[in-house]
Design a protein around this ligand. Structure first.
Ligand code: IMP
Ligand code: MG
Length: 215
């Protein structure tokens, strides 16, 4: 079982005015729930755990855009540091995909992979999928079943966040940064209708902001 840093339901977070938050978002956020520095510290440790398990063979790191891009970039920086400062190292290549989910029928959640190289490039490789947040887990489970068709040597999933929610299918990633309450979170590339990716800390979106940025 993956270990993670638990942010409990009664965690109050931190007052916005104690941190640097873009002026244009000051009215839209309730509290800072995970400051940027804590994200970085936890990510550094995940990099070490990943290299321990996957560092024996060529790793293909697969970024799930757009929400995963910050975590992906920072995680890979830490993995690169480990690679360049140890006597043992493995090649690390990258790829970027987007997932389009069709959930007209709730029971059969289909996911379409957009962009990226041919999935056959993953055959025989150690594949690390990097995602921002797992909620029900259905997106990731569908992607995993697609990827296993290309016969990778190993597939692991790293998700910065996992939401504690009754909607969960029970799926858990192999590497988890934080387990978070069932609230809508933004920042560090997580968005609400494309806004808030340009915010360093992970924050709780206010109810009035949900209305303001509704499409
Ligand atoms: P699921 O695990 O298939 O339910 O889907 C997870 C996806 O929903 C993530 O990749 C996000 O794009 C999105 N998502 C879920 N919860 C949040 C949130 O709190 N903030 C931003 N995006 C979220
Ligand atoms: Mg995502």
């Amino acid at each position: 079982m993956a270990s993670y840093l638990e942010i409990t339901d009664d965690e109050k977070g931190h007052e916005l005015s104690l941190f640097c938050v873009p002026k244009h978002y000051e009215e839209d956020l309730d509290r800072v729930i995970i400051p940027h520095g804590l994200i970085m510290d936890r990510t550094e440790r995940l990099a070490r755990d990943i290299m321990r398990d996957m560092g024996g063979h060529h790793i293909v790191a697969l970024c799930v855009l757009k929400g995963g891009y910050k975590f992906f970039a920072d995680l890979l920086d830490y993995i690169k540091l480990l690679n360049q400062n140890s006597d043992k190292s493995v090649p690390l290549t990258v790829d970027f995909i987007r997932l389009k989910s069709y959930s007209n029928d709730q029971s059969t959640n289909k996911v379409k992979v957009i962009g990226g190289d041919e999935l056959s490039a993953l055959t025989g490789k150690n594949v690390l999928i990097v995602e921002d947040i797992v909620e029900t887990g259905r997106t990731m489970q569908t992607l995993l079943s697609l990827l296993t068709e290309c016969n990778p040597k190993m597939v692991k999933v790293a998700s910065l966040l996992v939401k504690r929610t009754p909607r969960s299918s029970g799926y858990k990633p192999d590497y988890i940064g934080f387990e978070v309450p069932d609230k809508f979170l933004v920042g560090y590339a997580l968005d609400y209708n494309e806004y808030f990716r340009d915010l360093s800390h992970i924050c709780v979106l206010s109810e009035q902001a949900k209305e303001k940025y509704k499409v």
